[in-house]
Ligand binder design. Sequence first.
Ligand SMILES: Cc1cc2nc3c(=O)[nH]c(=O)nc-3n(C[C@H](O)[C@H](O)[C@H](O)COP(=O)(O)O)c2cc1C
Length: 426
Amino acid sequence: MLLNKHIIVGICGGIASYKAVELVSRLQQAGAVVDVIMTEHAEDFVRPLTFSTMSHRPVYSDLWEPSGQAAERHIALAEIAEALVIVPATANTIAKLAHGMADNMVTAVALATKAPLLLAPAMYKEMYMHPATQANLALLRERGAVVVEPEVGRLASGAFGPGRLPETSVLLGAISMLLGRKGDLAGRKVVVTAGGTQEPIDPVRYIGNRSSGKMGYALAMEARDRGAHVTLISGPVALPAPYGVEVHPVMTALQMRDAVYNAIRNADALVMSAAVADFRPLEAAAHKIKKGQGEFAGMPRAAGQAERDADGFPLYLTHNPDILGGLAAQLGQPEGGIQLQRRLIRVGFAAETDDVLAHAQSKLVAKQLDLLIANDVSRSDSGFGADTNKVFIFHANGAVEDLPVMPKTEVATAIWDRVVSLLGMA
Ligand SMILES: Cc1cc2nc3c(=O)[nH]c(=O)nc-3n(C[C@H](O)[C@H](O)[C@H](O)COP(=O)(O)O)c2cc1C
């Protein structure tokens, strides 16, 4: 998404300007062409040399460059920009932008460019909450600027409150989303599931699986970066919520099923990459099962007592509903089933450890899917926890694609490419 994109990063005189160094570095590493422009006061905090070292390009801060090129510089930058990102945006610069001032390189480029504008305000909380700053931000939002809200936390002043610049990963997500606003999924609503479910045995224990959520999160971010409105229904994972994605956290398979059936009613596509537990304890114990005590999870007490031996106790499991299979069955019903507002492209994942191809083919048919992504999770370069995946893509028309091992981000791209062409046919 960022590859070869021309991004202008405007730096203002705020204490968080040092964090913009990492942002510029990450943008450059992602393949973007980054031109840094600075206000005069930004140079009081970080020297231009630091930014030019990271961007591998000159840094511009003087609107009145003595070389004579200055007259065109801010116009040239304004014209070439695909996005203007002001990080950190000071209260002062926000006020200037709201009122159309153009008295330095940052404000002049902002006024001259037609590129989308992203602002990441960072300041002392009273400055941020001040009605003037809030009114200025509201005005800029009204004109189409994207404002990445500052985080609540400990500020440089020692105070606690809103005003912290968000993490670089959040800013990168916001920039990618901004650049992809008019992508091939613009105007589409998609639902993605991710992670594994946790099925409680008692209040502290659960049955889970090794799903990291990486594939589902990559799918959600890729769809966001192609312009979709994304609902991400996520089991518990150790990944940060992606910027600009509507995240619905769930714990169990039953919760995931309800969240999915609710979210798909007006969606264009559903991609189920979550590893949903096939079984759950029949009944979760209300209190923590104590070592050596006669509490039984998932089974009637009397039956448990009979089965119990000196070293342990049996755990009774029951089947969880099959979310995609259940959906296929409900959609076939003339009434009482789930009512969809439009044709829903359905994509399933099959995590297999043996006979991957045969299992995948039968799942595709049984669940009436448009696409089934099959991966062999017994390989170290594929499936749970890995950053790469080796998948086969099964199509409803019988075609099968054998993709090479690739990063999960690229697998996500391949999957959405196919969904986009299916949407084109729908
Ligand atoms: C040590 C110090 C830290 C500052 N930190 C911030 C800040 O985090 N956010 C902010 O909006 N202003 C901050 N200011 C105030 C701005 O530097 C000041 O308003 C300046 O005029 C901003 O200029 P610029 O918007 O052209 O960069 C700080 C000032 C000082 C002296």
